[in-house]
Design a protein around this ligand. Sequence first.
Ligand code: C2O
Length: 539
Amino acid sequence: MDTYSTRSFWLFGLLFSVSAAVLMSSVRLTTGSPIGVPNLQECQLATDTSVVGPLTTIQLNCCLPIPSGSVVEFSFDKYKSDTKRIRMPAQNVSADYIAKYRRAYELMRSLPQDDPRSLATQANIHCSFCNGAYKQAGNDSVLLQVHFSWVFLPWHRWYLYFHERILASLLGDPTFSLVFWNWDDQRDGGNVMPAMYLPNDSSLYDAKRNQANLPPTLVKLVPTITGNDSEIINQNLNAMYQDVVTNDNAELFMGGAYVTGTDLSNSTVLSAPLGGSIENGIHNAMHFWTGDPTQPLIQDMGTFTTASRDPIFYAHHSNVDRLWDKWRYGLPGGPRADHSEDDFLNTEFYFYDENASLVKVNVRDALDSSKLGYSYPDVAADELWINYSPSPVTSGSAVQAALASGVPVVGPYPQNGTISLGSGLTAIVAAPGNQSKSSDEREVLVIQRLTVTRDIFVAVLVFVNLPSAHSSTVTSSAEYVGTYNIIAAPGKTLTANVKMEIGDNLQRIGIQNETEVVLTLAVKGTQPITIDGLLIHYE
Ligand code: C2O
């Protein structure tokens, strides 16, 4: 398809989406049918950027090769392996392992581009399913998108599963396993870019990384973090605590429903909560931290089109995958529950296996990593963020003072009209106070219909009871609720009901019985953002 007709398609798609949104704005999309595999024959340019300057240099054709053989239906039997894979932390592997790991990517890079096992095609798998190369099965007017919803964790688990099998088979070593980039570890050496990715003569190297973030620079799990090492560490620990510990149900942590017809690629589905805290918070923050800020879209890691051209991507996602297991089984209070709806479990994806065959998999088979034949060792430093106990820097409610200084009251949609955030917004918001809640409910903040055009990376930080907060306020205290990081994709608009658990913050500050609280949304980045309402309720 040439550029002109791709544009027409987009224009049509946009008009369609807008009218569909009008039709559906009051309908909650709770049932539907699970996402099926796309028709790979129908591929278009993955994204249609506004043609401004350097953005045109991005390679946008991510269309995937179509193997001639028939599609393999995944079964545990067919993909059984006799050896157990153990994915080790990247900072702790031996010189022997590193040599092998380098060799594996050398082999992967040297395959012809159109070989399904080549690094180029592996990267295009991500590009095509994140930037709209394929339509949803059963709904030609909506593009497939594997981020911003409950498919985020299982899709990336499968992606790594086959990627790892391909590396192992290229090496001829069935025991070969990926590593994980242990960026959440704030004590034992995980929170820097692992050394093995740095030599520029290595297959693990990628030139498009943030040169200011080479070791010993510490990772920043919120993009606005500054300070000395111990301040950075505490803010990283609080980011982990907020995103992984307190967001303890499936929707808050993993993301919300994504079924046939849900348009997340150029989202106008207003009932969609979109991604969960692990995706929107720490995961996106690490993409942003790793990518090269001198590139227009912070390539490679900072935008989905190019992220998985960098071998470090797979180690980053291996940690995200490990944290899913940790969240599910390894936190105080007992096992947590994944989504269990059939629309979730029956979602299907395509990947390529080590024989370059196309394989059809589903979400149900992804939920137990041990059945997939790999595991992660226990990480002692997890304890630091699990037990991180953020102290408040405020005491007592900030509402009276805020009222006196003219801070506006913002209610739920639709009573406010559209509010532009500018560089930030402080508002008084109603809260449930001491209304009773059932044990399976959470106290949740909903930023309603947050809308942003994704031309550049932007982040919205949320604080409670701290009206002076702005985009460089320290995020290690109990007043920090979370961050919604938005990865750039030029020309694409996102409208989301962003959700964050806030009850734990209110408890720690001691304002859990108040019927109003002061919220501050602080914006990093210059892209205009609007919201249509703020709601704190039990759900
Ligand atoms: Cu598919 Cu980390 O993004």
